[in-house]
Each structure stands twice: as structure tokens, then as C-alpha cells.
Write a new protein. Sequence first.
Length: 76
Amino acid sequence: MPGLDGFHLLKILTSSPVIRPIQIIAATGLTDPEIKPQGGLPERVTVFHKPIQIYLLVTMVRVHFDGWSQQRRAPI
């Protein structure tokens, strides 16, 4: 992403009222102490540190997808 790093992208995405409700999952090679001086991560961002434990990522995606699909089926 020329001219745009992941921290800036996350700030843009989480400031959008359309995208704000969406769960964002980020993968990084940075440690928590390396993330903090960058301003940290927005509240609703879940971070996975590399190397990623794929079963945890798959589980998280399934949980959020199941919650999303149930909301879409709920009567209005």
C-alpha cells in the first residue's frame, strides 16, 4: 500500500460509520510493545501476531460470521 500503512488504514476504516460495526481482524509481525508507539490499534480490531495459529483465526471468523448471519435472518 504505497503511502499508507496498516495503522492509518485501520484508523480510516474504523472512523467510517458504515464500516465501524464490522469486526476487523488484523495480522501483524509486530509485538504489542511495537504497536503501542504507533498509537495502538482501534478498540474493535482483533490482532493476530505472526506466526498465526490458523485454528484460532478460523474459529474467530466462524464465530463472527455465524453472529452476522443470524442477525441477517432475524425478523425486523
